[in-house]
Design a binder for this molecule. Structure first.
Ligand SMILES: Nc1nc2c(ncn2[C@@H]2O[C@H](COP(=O)(O)OP(=O)(O)O)[C@@H](O)[C@H]2O)c(=O)[nH]1
Ligand SMILES: [Mg+2]
Length: 196
């Protein structure tokens, strides 16, 4: 869970963007990176293959304000979506403080969304976490595509517990910061609970 560095007065939190391959996780991080002023961000590190798909993870450190005199530094990660990278996904979930599930709105990706959500639940459980008990938001990405199914339908399938959900078009940035802010807010609320 979150790591507090008393000497530098920093709280470090880990946010993980999870979801099926090509749903837009890297695009979310890239947009956040592009729109964040240089002083507030570290280097974005992407470990990608030649075909530009995430091989291991993307990583983006980000400062998001202060809490009780401590700087909050968020470490954003994406996981590789392809089925065979499960070991990497498990590793990246270690010490997670909050999860954003990015669903692909396209009808033909519904099965992949469900599979990825099941995989998320399972991998969290293996680390001793429960999805229903940690900060968690959902983004329905690719709302611009013609085969996008309705948000109502996506919500019924992907969000039975009614966590905060957002529509996204990550390529143009729609919904990207709304999603991030909602997740960060939940993580900070958890932290405040812990420190009071
Ligand atoms: N039309 C459309 N394409 C998107 C959107 N978000 C991402 N993409 C595209 O989908 C592909 C996969 O995105 P990427 O971020 O690499 O997916 P990842 O595997 O989840 O990291 C890329 O070609 C993106 O440009 C979106 O909202 N709309
Ligand atoms: Mg990626």
């Amino acid at each position: 869970m979150s790591f507090i560095n008393y000497s530098s007065r920093e709280i470090n939190c880990k946010l993980v963007y999870y979801g099926p391959g090509l749903c837009g996780k890297t695009t979310n991080l890239q947009y956040i990176y592009d729109k964040t002023r240089p002083e507030a961000k570290g280097k974005m590190i992407s470990l990608a293959t030649e075909t530009e798909r995430t091989l291991f993870f993307d990583f983006l450190p980000l400062s998001l304000g202060e809490i009780r005199g401590f700087k909050t530094r968020f470490h954003l990660y994406t996981v590789p979506g392809q089925v065979f990278y499960d070991a990497s996904r498990k590793l990246i979930l270690k010490g997670v403080d909050g999860v954003c599930f990015v669903a692909d709105s396209q009808a033909e990706r519904m099965e992949a969304n469900i599979e990825s959500l099941d995989n998320l639940r399972l991998n969290l459980q293996e680390q001793g976490y429960e999805l229903d008990k940690i900060p968690y938001v959902i983004q329905y990405n690719k709302r611009d595509l013609p085969s996008a199914v309705s948000v109502k339908e996506l919500s019924e399938v992907c969000n039975p517990t009614g966590v905060p959900e957002f529509e996204g078009i990550a390529v143009t940035g729609v919904g990207v910061f709304d999603t991030l802010k909602a997740l960060a807010k939940q993580v900070l609320a958890e932290l405040r609970k812990g420190t009071s």
